[in-house]
Design a protein. Structure first.
Length: 294
């Protein structure tokens, strides 16, 4: 379960040079969510994606290192957004007009793996946020923001008190929500500076926005689907280690999932266990009576 969540919480980064294939892939029951994309060149070729052909020093001097395409993000959204995996060949024709002919370019893409079904809840400052999942499922936190975003929140409208509209967010909101709610049927927390600290200037109204999903199947992931892409790198949001409590919770969830999916077999096992227990008890009583008689 913790391994599945660590895959979901990662920020992946992948890249491919011109003429190479870029391949994005997410774990079971999640889809690709493109965060940002860049196609062009902003560093010299000897640092990233060197040219396949020999170049003289004069040619390297003329290399364009301020070259970018404004359509790269939209193209990545068209190709990969909301898909389990995607792969395509990187070349300038894919992104429209070549902004710097003769210069080798590369594609950089940043993405996350978003659960197929997720929920979002918002609590204004000093209000209580409650999360809950249905029977046989538990909470899996995807993201958490405490502070004030540039776009604001419809549930908590910004009231102009003479303060400028500045974006500010707590750096520990995600870790705190994972610690408080991760793997539980339900939980509650106050959207207060006492819990999250105050990331904004005094007087700025804040809110807590949590995106989560209810899941009971991460334990059933195939082994080959728990591996990240070859060129991926995780951010500081990735959970570290698997505690004993999480392992115990995983075993309990696995047993509960088996019972709910196989009620007849579980009932048979239960009745068999009761019968075996009664037989052993009867044998113990007979042995005890026999010993007393002797």
């Amino acid at each position: 379960f913790a391994g599945y969540i660590s895959q979901v919480l990662k920020n992946y980064t992948d890249h491919a040079c011109d003429g190479e294939y870029v391949s994005l892939r997410c774990p079971h029951r999640t889809t690709i969510s493109i965060q940002s994309s860049f196609y062009g060149r902003i560093v010299p070729s000897h640092q990233l994606c060197p040219s396949r052909y020999p170049h003289s020093y004069a040619t390297l001097i003329k290399e364009d290192v301020a070259c970018s395409v404004g359509t790269s993000l939209q193209k990545m959204l068209d190709e990969c957004q909301d898909r389990r995996s995607c792969q395509f060949l990187v070349n300038s024709r894919l992104f429209g007009m070549d902004p710097c002919p003769g210069t080798g370019k590369y594609l950089l893409v940043w993405y996350k793996c978003r659960p197929n079904e997720y929920k979002s809840k918002v609590a204004c400052e000093d209000d209580k946020l409650r999360l809950s999942c249905k029977k046989s499922t538990v909470i899996a936190i995807y993201s958490a923001i405490f502070g004030r975003t540039q776009g604001g929140s419809l549930e908590c409208p910004y009231q102009n008190l003479g303060m400028p509209m500045i974006e500010c967010q707590s750096a520990t909101a995600l870790q705190l929500m994972i610690k408080r709610c991760h793997g539980k049927r339900s939980c509650s927390i106050y959207a207060s500076t006492y819990e999250f600290g105050d990331p904004c200037y005094p007087g700025i109204q804040k809110h807590l926005n949590v995106i989560y999903t209810c899941d009971n199947t991460p334990l059933l992931l195939p082994v080959d689907e728990t591996q990240p892409p070859a060129l991926s790198s995780s951010s500081s949001m990735e959970p570290v280690g698997v505690s004993t409590e999480m392992a115990l919770l995983s075993n309990i969830l696995a047993a509960y999932a088996f019972i709910t999916e196989n009620p007849e077999r579980a009932a048979l096992y239960f009745v068999s266990g009761v019968c075996i227990g009664l037989v052993l008890t009867l044998l113990a009583l007979v042995l005890r009576v026999s010993c007393r008689t002797d």
